[in-house]
Design a protein around this ligand. Structure first.
Ligand code: BGC
Length: 733
């Protein structure tokens, strides 16, 4: 049977290429796959009318269409195909963390990855690629060829409700992981976006806020994350964001779209808008190529108005053609044109294992007093408390929501956006996974009654409290755990000295009870097999290998903006009765000192620093040797000092350059060592992180002189210091 199917594929492939070759003759030369994507787009555009070109430049939102055409999937986006040219429909799905299915109810299966912060905690581009490849494959199987994925907004504020979709606070880490994830998605002959370009760094007032930041600082932080993601990942599309930059909407901002993205970075793909982010035809003039979700815009600017503007010369027809060229070019370059979709064959059981690998490596052990963990060492009775650990693991809300079969849903909390389906738990219960491994009895209390939970904890050898913090697109969250969970943890910790807290949070949280508990694990939103992954780490079947991609503040006062801008005038998004929120500015006066850079610059001690995480073994760093020259490298000897194998993530930081002191992550790697093993490890600096933006010269420069560095296990632990002299250098923007 298998062989027949395989043979069928071969026959189809042969026929397919023969047909393509025949059709690629003089009549339809753009079908020839050996020509460059740009040439093919030119050849095709030469045949297309202005109307046909414009039809590529605006898209529907099927979930809001009055009548969904046959064959169109209810999802975020759809742009009709043009069969006479072989142009397939662009079937778009949200996919920050898996193929989202919020518009299609609970019976449309898909595999959720752990949150972006969990992925970033792995510090592993390889796992990012695997996760991307998995969701790209599911997307094809489900009938999508354009994924709204690749979120790379920097975590400037640990209260941002969408941090769980992104990759942390550091431009190098976020950029490299985003690039790998995009490459994974696109390895399936589909288009991925990188989004949201740029500075949609809080949800409160995202449609009205104006981000205020100097150009150099922007290029060295948020833009740098995108630059790395886009240059290394080559997404077919870039999605511009809702917010304004210096009072101009990101989707009608010529500086962002034309000067930086298309001119300086030479980006050849197309820019699509976020949904509802087009306000006028100024967008087309500024460099937007495609209007998305036209049902929610005031009017469909990129249809009749664009045509009228082309007719009266306001927007040259050549520019409209150039916009269509960018769309077609990506469809050719990414294989969307040459590899039509053939939906079917979804295998969520196998795909869930990819998600599990990410979760296992992304769980961060923050505290392990007295080596209480892993649990394998101690038999006995376990009290499991709270967090709906009996039904599943928490996920984040909004357009990225993935709903596998069997999910458990709670109503949305007060103040949640007017859209979105509530609080969703993915069906992977920690209770069952722990029971399967426990030597003694495991008893569960839901935690609603702290006294009852404390009584249960008192009767057990170990108490594990699951604490959750739901985050969602459309709303920012507090740093405090809500719903009396701090009090619950304190009550349990008083009852049992062997208390472990497992956090399922979309963001960092404050931990007023930290000194009273013996262990803390940050599991983030751990995805399709999160319960299983958690149990594996709790029982030490895998080492605790995750490292924080975001600093945990000790208090709100430590943040650049202790009070979240716009919070006082905020209204729940999608609320029908409220007036729109008045516009306001967000002053990013910390500039490029985002996250750990800010703590270093201000001499502040966070609760847990960027890069931090414990292993079940220990590591010693010794004998550094730094070399300058064109490739800055530091080698050192890393030794596993414990009695079991484990994984460490050594990090290379710049501390001060000749002309400027700014801490910067320059490089990182993951090293797995057996008990007692030593290895010589070399960390290379990404050359892009050694440059500063020179505004007057419109270029990047590196100053000559002495660069102070360190290698260590996190941003606040300078285990091995060194210094190298570098020559001056410059680079094009
Ligand atoms: C989000 C995007 C998403 C789009 C389509 C917007 O609200 O910001 O990330 O891709 O909706 O669902």
């Amino acid at each position: 049977m298998k062989r027949m199917r395989l043979a069928g594929v071969v026959v189809a492939a042969v026929l397919g290429s023969a047909a393509a070759a025949m059709a690629a003759g003089p009549a339809e030369p753009w079908r020839n796959p050996s020509l460059s994507p740009d040439r093919r787009a030119d050849l095709l555009l030469a045949r297309m009318s202005l109307d046909e070109q414009i039809a590529l430049l605006h898209g529907h939102m099927p979930v809001l269409m009055k009548a969904v055409p046959p064959g169109v999937i209810r999802s975020a986006g759809w742009i009709p195909g043009q069969p006479k040219y072989g142009i397939p429909p662009q079937a778009e799905s949200d996919a920050s963390l898996g193929v989202a299915n919020a518009g299609r109810g609970d019976q449309d299966d898909a595999t959720p990855l752990p949150s972006g912060l969990a992925l970033a905690s792995t510090f592993s581009p390889g796992l990012a690629f695997d996760g991307g490849a998995m969701i790209g494959k599911e997307a094809r199987q489900k009938g999508f060829n354009v994924l709204l994925a690749g979120g790379a907004n920097l975590a400037r504020d640990p209260r941002n409700g969408r941090n769980f979709e992104y990759l942390g606070e550091d431009p190098l880490l976020a950029g490299l992981l985003d690039a790998a994830s995009i490459r994974g998605i696109q390895s399936n002959h589909i288009v991925s976006t990188a989004k949201h370009f740029v500075l949609n760094d809080q949800e409160t007032g995202r449609q009205v806020l104006s981000a205020e930041i100097g150009q150099g600082a922007l290029r060295e932080s948020d833009l740098l994350a995108f630059e790395i993601a886009i240059k290394d990942g080559r997404p077919g599309s870039v999605m511009c964001s809702y917010n304004r930059l210096h009072a101009t909407y990101a989707c009608e901002n010529p500086f962002l779209l034309t000067e930086v993205l298309k001119r300086d970075w030479g980006y050849p793909g197309y820019v699509m808008s976020d949904w509802g982010a087009v306000h006028s035809l100024a967008s087309a003039k500024a460099g937007l190529d495609q209007e998305s979700g036209q049902e929610i815009d005031r009017q469909v600017f990129f249809d009749a108005p664009l045509k009228a503007a082309a007719a009266n010369g306001e927007i040259p027809a050549a520019q409209v053609r150039q916009m269509a060229h960018r769309v077609l070019r990506s469809l050719f370059a990414n294989g969307v044109y040459d590899h039509p979709l053939s939906p079917g064959g979804l295998d969520t059981r196998t795909d869930a294992l990819v998600s599990q690998r990410v979760a296992e490596q992304g769980i961060v052990l923050l505290k392990n007093q007295g080596g209480l963990l892993p649990l394998a060492a101690r038999a006995g009775r376990i009290a499991l408390i709270g967090g709906h650990a009996d039904v599943g693991v928490l996920s984040g809300g909004g357009s990225s929501q993935v709903i596998p079969r069997g999910s458990f849903r709670l109503p949305p909390p007060k103040g949640a956006p007017g859209w979105g389906g509530g609080i969703l738990y993915h069906p992977s219960a920690p209770l069952a996974a722990i029971k399967a491994r426990a030597k003694g009895e495991v008893a569960y209390a839901d935690g609603a009654d702290p006294a009852a939970a404390a009584a249960l904890a008192r009767s057990a050898d170990v108490a594990i409290v699951f604490a959750t913090q739901w985050n969602s697109e459309g709303v920012d969250g507090p740093l405090q755990l809500e719903g009396g969970q701090d009090a619950l943890i304190e009550a349990v910790a008083r009852a049992n000295p062997h208390t472990i807290v497992v956090l399922e949070t979309g963001n960092p949280v404050l931990m007023p009870w930290l000194d009273e508990v013996q262990g803390v694990l940050e599991a983030w939103y751990p995805g399709a097999r999160g319960g299983e992954a958690l149990a594996e780490v709790l029982y030490g079947e895998v080492d605790a290998a995750g490292r924080l991609p975001i600093s945990f503040p000790a208090s709100e006062e430590q943040l650049p903006r202790p009070e979240l801008p716009g919070l006082k005038t905020a209204r729940p998004e999608g609320a029908t009765t409220a007036q729109p929120q008045p516009p306001f500015d967000v002053q990013y006066s910390e500039g490029s000192d985002v996250g750990y850079r800010w703590y270093a610059a201000k001499g502040l001690k966070p609760l847990f620093p960027f890069g931090y995480g414990l292993s079940y073994t220990g590591f010693r760093y010794a004998d550094p040797r730094a070399t300058g020259g064109p490739g800055l490298r530091v080698s050192f000897t890393l030794t596993n000092t414990g009695s079991r194998a484990g994984t460490e993530t050594p990090q290379l930081y710049l501390v001060a350059a000749p002309h400027r002191s700014q801490q910067r992550l320059l490089g990182f790697t993951r090293v797995t060592l057996k008990a007692g093993e030593s290895r010589r490890v070399t960390l290379s600096a990404d050359p892009r992180l050694l440059l500063d933006w020179d505004q007057a010269g419109h270029r990047w420069t590196r100053a000559a002189g002495l660069y102070h560095l360190f290698v260590g296990p996190n941003a606040a632990d300078a285990a091995l210091k060194s210094a190298v002299t570098l020559a001056a250098g410059t680079a094009a923007p």
